[in-house]
Design a binder for this molecule. Structure first.
Ligand code: FES
Length: 120
């Protein structure tokens, strides 16, 4: 695959922004970590939702490495940074694990670590 890379801007809870260059075959979380940005995570498999972010633009990404990622997640703008690879420039608000769990619960979808059954 061509070595395309994209500009990914992370909007952190302290109000700061961090800009990354993320290759098309790289997971956003890994690149952030290599730059010293300490984002939440547990599973690194696209399952637990701990690393969740939310898009602030209409960017594209590949979530096929995520064990469990639903079309409803995409429609709501949630992205699992541990397993997402960019397909366009992206603006992402980080630390959205609780918002994503709430979103999943509202739809009756699996929401690990939210205090309810993690069926499936
Ligand atoms: S760290 Fe578990 S879904 Fe990303």
């Amino acid at each position: 695959m061509a070595s395309a890379s994209y500009r990914v801007v992370l909007y952190l809870p302290d109000g700061s922004k961090k800009e990354l260059s993320v290759g098309a075959d790289e997971h956003i979380w890994d690149v952030a970590h290599a730059q010293g940005i300490d984002l939440p995570s547990i599973c690194h498999q696209g399952r637990c939702l701990t690393c969740a972010g939310r898009l602030l633009n209409t960017g594209e990404f590949d979530s096929s490495d995520s064990i469990r990622y639903f079309p409803e997640d995409r429609a709501a703008g949630f992205i699992l940074l541990c397993t997402a690879r960019p397909r366009s420039d992206l603006d992402i608000r980080t630390h959205q694990q609780w918002a994503m769990r709430e979103h999943r619960r509202a739809l009756g979808l699996p929401a690990p670590y939210s205090g309810v059954s993690d069926a499936g």
